[in-house]
Write a protein that binds this ligand. Structure first.
Ligand SMILES: NC(=O)c1ccc[n+]([C@@H]2O[C@H](COP(=O)([O-])OP(=O)(O)OC[C@H]3O[C@@H](n4cnc5c(N)ncnc54)[C@H](OP(=O)(O)O)[C@@H]3O)[C@@H](O)[C@H]2O)c1
Length: 356
């Protein structure tokens, strides 16, 4: 039988997640013309999965029951009659916004309006042993990656790629200075990509232990944002040549971190507004602050499917190995995996192995 997790409500993951082991394994006869049957071999979690399981967050309401999770990797078992890009035996990873691709193509930019038609939110996701996905929900997996790291690319890595390479004329390049915040999925992906591109990276974190791990991944300097809550932006800036500030800042903390990010930005530098893991009650930062700090403010939601293809190529070319947390969970233990993410005990990505 197939196995899958279901979100039955949005009353928090502890109450809302339910594991089912009595599901019929889909076969070729279940496939529509553009469908692909994938034997899932790994999945990973995102901060968004916690939000989707919780009432009143910006993730918005879902229609339960829903299979959660958007990150995943597996092997194609069967294809529908019109599938162009995949064959049985292909190694694949999931793409977040297939409905957008079907309506507007591979270069369509995801917006807030698309979030309710994304994997693990409006469309059945990845926390299952067997999945039928539309072809547009898949991209070939990097040849150089095992299943667990391959499963981490869907959300945080495409976002980090878009943040660093998505704006023409402002792409990260050798000698760029990049600031990343904390050791979550987006920030470690941005660190690894920026280092591979030849950039200098300064990273913030909350503990000495994590600081050492950031240096091992290539960070030139680290700063403890807990012991310097109101000055880490200016402190980080001092590490850039002549104190000129950062070319690219990956802000994942929201209103709590944005004042420091602005203080660290170079004139005409790029401030990427990515997320809100910081204090949600922090004072809102006015957009006029961009004028005072003369920087470019750019918000994004994931990346395009074309960008995902580019990311896969770059990972193979540069032999990047996405960092995964040391605690690996089995599919049946997904609730424990959610708990590790929610308690912020992880480093980079929380991953789930799907055995067969
Ligand atoms: N815009 C998009 O397309 C997009 C895509 C993916 C994610 N996001 C958003 O980006 C944010 C990060 O996502 P994620 O998946 O990377 O989350 P995550 O893995 O849960 O990140 C957790 C880490 O964030 C760090 N952190 C927490 N509070 C911080 C603060 N005040 N200052 C600096 N770092 C802090 C901590 O690092 P240390 O333990 O090292 O202190 C923590 O371990 C979330 O808000 C998520 O919704 C947005």
């Amino acid at each position: 039988m197939a196995r899958q997790w279901i979100l039955n409500s949005q009353n928090g993951f502890e109450n809302s997640l339910e594991y089912r082991k009595d599901i019929r394994i889909p076969s070729s006869s279940d496939l529509g013309p553009k469908d692909v049957l994938v034997k899932m071999l790994a999945a990973s979690l995102n901060y968004r999965d916690l939000m989707i399981a919780t009432p009143g967050t910006i993730a918005g309401p879902i229609q339960p029951p829903l299979i959660p999770g958007c990150d995943g990797a597996g092997i194609v078992e069967a294809i529908g009659s019109s599938v162009q890009d995949f064959r049985p035996g292909d190694r694949v990873v999931t793409y977040l916004a297939p409905k957008l691709v079907e309506s507007s193509g591979n270069d369509a930019v995801p917006t807030a309006a698309d979030t309710f038609a994304m994997l693990g939110c409006g469309i059945s996701g990845t926390l299952r042993s067997h999945a039928v996905f539309p072809e547009a929900a898949l991209v070939p997996a990097p040849r150089s990656l095992d299943w667990l790291p391959a499963s981490t690319l869907t959300c945080t890595w495409t976002t980090a790629w878009n943040a660093l390479f998505g704006l023409k004329g402002k792409q990260v390049s050798p000698g760029s200075w990049v600031l990343v915040q904390g050791t979550g999925g987006v920030s470690i992906a941005a660190l690894q990509l920026a280092v591979a591109a030849g950039a200098n990276v300064v990273a913030t974190t909350s503990t000495a232990d994590k600081s050492a791990r950031l240096v091992a991944l290539g960070a030139a300097h680290t700063i403890n944002y807990v012991s310097n809550p109101t000055s880490w932006g200016t402190e980080a800036r001092k590490h850039t040549p002549g104190g000129r500030g950062f070319d690219i800042i990956i802000d994942v903390g929201g209103d709590e971190t944005l004042p420091q990010s602005l203080a660290a930005a170079r004139a005409d530098g790029l401030l990427m507004v990515i997320g809100g893991v910081g204090d949600s009650k922090a004072e809102p930062v006015p957009l006029l602050a961009a004028l005072i700090h003369t920087c470019i403010v750019r918000g994004i939601l994931g990346g395009t499917r074309t960008q995902f293809y580019d990311l896969v190529k770059f990972i193979d070319e540069k032999d990047i190995k996405p960092t995964v947390d040391e605690a690996v969970f089995e599919l049946a233990e997904a609730k424990d995996a959610y708990r590790r993410l929610s308690e912020k005990k992880h480093f980079s990505k929380v991953v789930i192995r799907i055995d067969h």
